[in-house]
Structures are given as C-alpha cells and as structure tokens.
Write a protein that binds this ligand. Sequence first.
Ligand SMILES: [Zn+2]
Length: 268
Amino acid sequence: MEESRIAFLQRLINSPSPSGFEQRVQQVIREEMQLYTDEQRTDVHGNVIAALNPNANPRVMLTAHCDELGFLVRFIDEKGFIYFATIGGFDPSTLPGERVQIHTANGPILGVIGRKPVHLLQSDERGKAPKLSEMWIDIGVNSKEEAQELVAIGSIATRAAQLEKLHGDLVVSRALDDKSGVFTVVEAMRRLHGQREKLKAGVFFVSAVQEEVGLRGAHTSAFGVDPLIAVAVDVTFTSDHPQTSKHEIGDIRLNGGPVISIGGRINP
Ligand SMILES: [Zn+2]
C-alpha cells in the first residue's frame, strides 16, 4: 500500500471515536472527502455524507461505521482510582492489564486497567472473567483530588494501542472495526473520482456513527440519502484462525477477498 494511504489510515486510528463521540474522526474524514467528492455535509446525528454526482440517478450509497468501542469515566474513588462504563460490547477478559488513553481537554492521559491480583483471588474466582465493576483505571495518582485535576467525570477513553505493522503487509491496531471499513470505502470513492467521466450514478459516501451501540447511524443516514442500492462494509471473523471452524462460519480467509452477505435483509 502507498505510504500516503497508510498515513490516512493512521490518522483515522489516531482520532478516537467511541460511539456518540465521533466528531474528531469525522473531521478527518470530511477533509479527505473534500478531495474526492462534489459536496459534503454532516447530518444532525453526526453522519458524514459526501457525494459524487449528487443529482444523478440511480443513487448508490457506500457506507462504513466510524465509531469504535470505548469507556466512559463514571466515578473516581478516594485513592484516585477511576471506575468506568463501557461504550459498546467488550469481552471483559481482554481488559485487565490493558493500557488506555483518557481523552481530556488537555490531551490524552495514560492509564492501565487494574483488577485484584491473581494470587489473591479466591478459588471460585480463578479462571473466570472479572466483572467490569471489579476493574478500574489507574493513572498513577494518590488521591481523588489529584485525579480530578487531570480527568473529569464523563471523559471518554479508548484502548491505547495504535496502528503498527505486522509481518508482510498486515497491520494491527485497536478500532480496525470499522476504521478499516471506512478506509476501504474512502479508497473506493478516491478511485471513482479518478474515473469520474465514466460515472453515471450518484454515489453517496456515508461515514456512519453509533454502530457499536445499535447500528444507528446507518439507519438515519439511509433516510437522508434515499439510495436504490447500499453497500455496507464491516469486519468479520475468519476460519483460518485457531478455535474457529469452517463448519460453523464457512471458508473465510485473511487476504482471501471480501465476504459477501446475502439473504432476506440484504437482497430486495
Ligand atoms: Zn463493525
């Protein structure tokens, strides 16, 4: 992949966007879409809609969701430990020991998710995923007052992991669900723009909000765009991975091309 395209994916990842708090990433996406589309707007829900040939028919919508999982600061105890709610569905067993960034008006604050040490767990607690209420974020302070100087109740947080290259042309990051989808759809728009003299349809790009909390932005934006055809790009599981099975989910391989859903809710 070209370096400039990787840099754009990096900007998407670097812009935290838990569901309901997508403004920063939408700004990055709006700026990029100004290069490839005739008009751009943001609806009241926060969806960014950008169109090539907006007055042409048929109208085709290409969409992916820009929101990611996150945390919300809910309570700070006397020692300065921070208790949180989650935004979207987490597997709690993946959280202990994770580094997180709490996003504040003065920039990100690094923290780490703590839980009761394994050595001190009762026998019936061992081997079980901790409950969310049994975990906290430690930002390295000694008191509630010190924590409150840095972090306000209601602040959002994300995992701290950023985009890094793995072997070959693979990358690893938080939030590739679904910033990789947004990236794919932006790339489609960039290429359509490059051949726009051949383009007869009106093509509407939508960077949709609030998927992780109920597929909301895709619904509201579809009413606004009113397309004949819509293509939604999101991530899925593969069966070339330990503990997954072709018998359960089909023959799905990394680098094996897109997986296409068919069926009642998809086809007319
Ligand atoms: Zn997704």
